[in-house]
Design a protein around this ligand. Sequence first.
Ligand SMILES: [Zn+2]
Length: 159
Amino acid sequence: MQYKIGPSGVQQHEGRSTGARSVFGSLLRGAALKCPACGTGAMFRRYLKVADACPHCGEALHHHRADDAPPYFTIVIVGHIVVGLVLAVEMVYRPPLWLHAALWLPLTLILTLVILPPVKGALVALQWALLMHGFDPDAKDEMPESFDASLPQIGQPPS
Ligand SMILES: [Zn+2]
């Protein structure tokens, strides 16, 4: 196993830094849309597209499997904010329904678009800090080379 020292002074193996990983610190860096390893490079190369590797330290970030967790947590957060505000405004001011729609629909959309990237960044950073999926520097490749050969062929009974 070959190790090298990355540009940020952290020992790396195949783009994965070795050593202790702070869960809380990683969550903060990810929520700030920064690389969980160095806290300097950008985690995203587009709005929600995670960079394959950190542009600053080279940490591999493509191992993440955020899937539908970021939208799920975003729905929970935005729902609690908006529903609480809707109920409070209704109890105090009793505005007409058109005003409710004019207030809460745009607020829901804006909050969702603003909260989604930090939530996804935090979840990717959490996976990195907990060595999930391919983030473990000692992990084997996720797909063995002989994977296809080990599957039974279609139309043939398993041996
Ligand atoms: Zn980095």
